[in-house]
Ligand binder design. Structure first.
Ligand SMILES: NC(=O)C1=CN([C@@H]2O[C@H](COP(=O)(O)OP(=O)(O)OC[C@H]3O[C@@H](n4cnc5c(N)ncnc54)[C@H](O)[C@@H]3O)[C@@H](O)[C@H]2O)C=CC1
Ligand SMILES: O=C(O)[C@@H]1CCC=N1
Length: 278
């Protein structure tokens, strides 16, 4: 029988994950989502056939997995409201919240729980996500597989064995979609400067990004080789790549990802320390 999965929060990230699970054949009747937004719950029950409720603790009473999918700023209050129900049931806890450590969540929920912490990214909303996952020592192999199944419903999953590496995951894939959106903006603007209509430049830029990523995923060659394959000696690409390399593109990415990881550490400290009685 399918594990009972309860989502605390029924917003973008939760609905992307349970939507993907249902589309992959997971029974909607084994899924519950909670929210204070009654209209949202009515719509979800009608459209996806899942159970819905505004009572977080009741939704946990029969759950095998509880996915915490509310904003980090209200997580403490939500966790403390769930504490008794979670301690009575002891389900696997999966958090998609940015910046909150497995230990912080475990403490807020009363302790000694199996916790998987996940750093997803927004392309999960279109089934093309990339998530980094970390499990604390209480997570069993079966629970690890279950967490993999949940997040693979919206994209690829990579496990890290050191929670601090989730900062690197944030720097590469959590925040990463924004880097590519910036590149698309820049390429569109450059195309327009060279005379293309904006709509044409955007379409070409986006399809080129999609094509390059698809090709790199399917190829037996690494991205460096694929890049060299486009660079005919003395040709146009060579000029463009030299310009990007001379302009310091690699160093810019190194600096940007370091700044990102540092901010992830700061935010974790802020979220933990701004909450009294810890
Ligand atoms: N790495 C990334 O780019 C992303 C990370 N996330 C993480 O996912 C989490 C959820 O984000 P979104 O889905 O974008 O937010 P959202 O605002 O779309 O959804 C939050 C949901 O929580 C519900 N909610 C509010 N108070 C509640 C309560 N007391 N009990 C139960 N539900 C309550 C709201 O009604 C809403 O359905 C966040 O913690 C965020 O950090 C989300 C999107 C992308
Ligand atoms: O920018 C942020 O803080 C969040 C975390 C990863 C993606 N968005």
């Amino acid at each position: 029988m399918a594990s009972q999965v309860t989502f605390i929060g029924a917003g973008n990230m939760a609905s992307a994950i349970f939507g993907g699970m249902i589309d992959n054949g997971y029974p909607a009747t084994a899924i519950t989502a909670t929210s204070p937004d009654a209209e949202r719950l009515t719509a979800l029950a009608a459209e996806r056939g899942i159970h819905t409720t505004d009572d977080n603790a009741a939704a946990v009473a029969e759950a095998d997995v509880v996915v915490l999918a509310v904003k980090p700023q209200i997580m403490r209050e939500v966790c403390e409201g769930l504490r008794d129900a979670v301690q009575a049931r002891r389900p696997l806890i999966v958090s998609v919240a940015a910046g909150l450590t497995a230990e912080t969540l475990d403490t807020w929920l009363g302790g000694d729980l199996a916790v998987v912490r996940c750093m997803p990214n927004t392309p999960s909303l279109v089934g093309a996500g990339a998530s980094g996952l970390y499990a604390n020592a209480r997570v069993s192999d079966a629970q690890r597989e279950l967490a993999t199944t949940l997040l693979e419903a919206v994209g690829i999953v990579e496990w890290v064995d050191d929670e601090a590496l989730l900062e690197a995951v944030t720097a590469v894939s959590g925040s990463g979609p924004a880097y590519f959106f910036l590149v698309f903006e820049a390429l569109e603007e450059a195309g327009v400067r060279l005379g293309l209509p904006a709509a044409t430049a955007r379409r070409l830029a986006l399809q080129t990004g999609l094509g390059a990523a698809t090709m790199a995923q399917r190829s037996e060659h690494d991205p460096a080789q694929l890049r060299r394959n486009v660079m005919s000696p003395g040709g146009t690409t060579e000029r463009a790549i030299h310009s990007l390399e001379d302009g310091g593109l690699r160093e810019l990415f190194a600096d940007a990802t370091e700044a990102c990881a540092a901010r992830a550490r700061e935010m974790a400290a802020e979220l933990g320390e701004s909450t009294p009685n810890r």
